[in-house]
Design a protein around this ligand. Structure first.
Ligand code: NCD
Length: 334
């Protein structure tokens, strides 16, 4: 976040920072802003971009595994940004690529660069990142952007789209983040510093009837904003469907298009940092991702959306306290 702020303040200082380097954007799922945000981030750092935006046009359609694809791509590029419909695919990619891999969204699991975007937007709009009440509204079950940004949280969702328990209890309780679940946005609107709207994730529903039942659960319009604080901000990772009416766009509290631009700045900061790490220059502490991880061939992840269900990957798990999870998708292992 600090580096992104420095980039915003001194754009020219970074204009050739990644000259001669290549980013590969491997997008196995539709995307407009995330892929173009990565592309423009690399271009503004003076680097180049290769990749695909449609799995059907890559060798995946011939049955190539993620592991093989990234080993090939690593011969052409210095860093990879991957979006995949299978949960944990970017983690698998990072084990084989030998170059940095950024998760640009994996199934309904996580979307960490959107979280960095959200945090930078909150910092720029509200001047701080603590002591904030955030209301997440809409599809909290499948919306990966919410799973990655759950830190005081009010959860506004219908029964069918409640936040998965593992995030509510293990993330929020672990970090002492108080959570409340409500069914309407009106009842909590005056309390919120941030209202985080989401799209109902149509593509993740197995049952169309269930989607039709919940698809219009929440629609934010100017009348609902009347009771909100004058300095509350409305965020949305976009794309929106009908959950925010166009009339809200003119309200100064609507920060979602400013949020998009912040996405480019955090991705510039991330690409820059990871390429420095790859060169051996530690700009910031490198987290130990392998902490608590182990391979156990007698165990199997129960999640059919996990990359381990379809590709031959090491059965990798992570233990935290009494709980054991799949390292790829974070599903609980019983
Ligand atoms: C989100 C995503 O892909 O998870 N969009 C984004 O990356 N900005 C949200 C969504 O698709 O609803």
């Amino acid at each position: 976040i600090d580096l992104a702020l420095d980039i915003i303040a001194h754009r020219e200082k970074y204009s050739e920072a990644c000259k001669g380097r290549k980013l590969a954007t491997l997008f196995y799922e539709p995307s407009t802003r995330t892929r173009l945000s990565f592309t423009s981030a690399m271009m503004e750092l003076g680097g180049n971009v290769i990749g695909f935006s449609d799995a059907a046009s890559s060798s995946v359609s011939k049955g190539e595994t993620v592991a093989d694809t990234v080993r090939v791509i690593a011969c052409f590029a210095d860093i990879i940004a991957m979006r995949h419909f299978k949960e944990g695919a970017p983690l698998v990619a990072s084990q084989y690529a030998g170059i940095p891999v950024i998760n640009a969204g994996d199934g309904s699991h996580a979307h960490p660069t959107q979280t960095l975007t959200d945090l930078l937007t909150i910092k720029r709009e509200l001047g701080r990142l603590d002591d904030l009440t955030i209301g997440f509204c809409g599809d909290l079950k499948f919306g990966r952007t919410v799973h990655s940004l759950t830190k005081a949280v009010i959860l506004i969702a219908p029964e069918e789209l409640r936040l998965p328990d593992y995030i509510r209890h293990e993330v929020c309780d672990k970090y002492g983040v108080p959570t409340v679940e409500v069914r309407t946005m009106e009842e909590v609107m005056p309390e919120l510093d941030i209202l985080y709207m989401t799209r109902v994730q149509k593509e993740r529903f197995l049952d169309e009837e269930e989607f039709n039942r919940v698809k219009d659960s929440f629609v934010l319009d100017p009348s609902k904003l009347r009771t909100a604080k004058s300095d509350m901000i409305v965020l949305h990772p976009l794309p929106r469907v009908n959950e925010i009416t166009r009339a809200v766009d003119n309200d100064p509290r609507a920060a979602y298009f400013r949020q998009v631009e912040n996405g480019k700045f955090v991705r510039m900061a991330l690409i820059y940092t990871l390429l420095k790490w790859a060169e051996g220059e530690k700009l910031a502490a490198v987290p130990d991702l392998a902490e608590g991880m182990f391979i156990d061939r007698s165990m199997k992840c129960p999640n059919s959306r996990c990359i381990s269900a379809t590709e031959d990957v090491d059965p990798l798990f992570v233990k935290a306290g009494d709980t054991c999870r799949c390292a790829y998708c974070e599903a609980k292992i019983r």
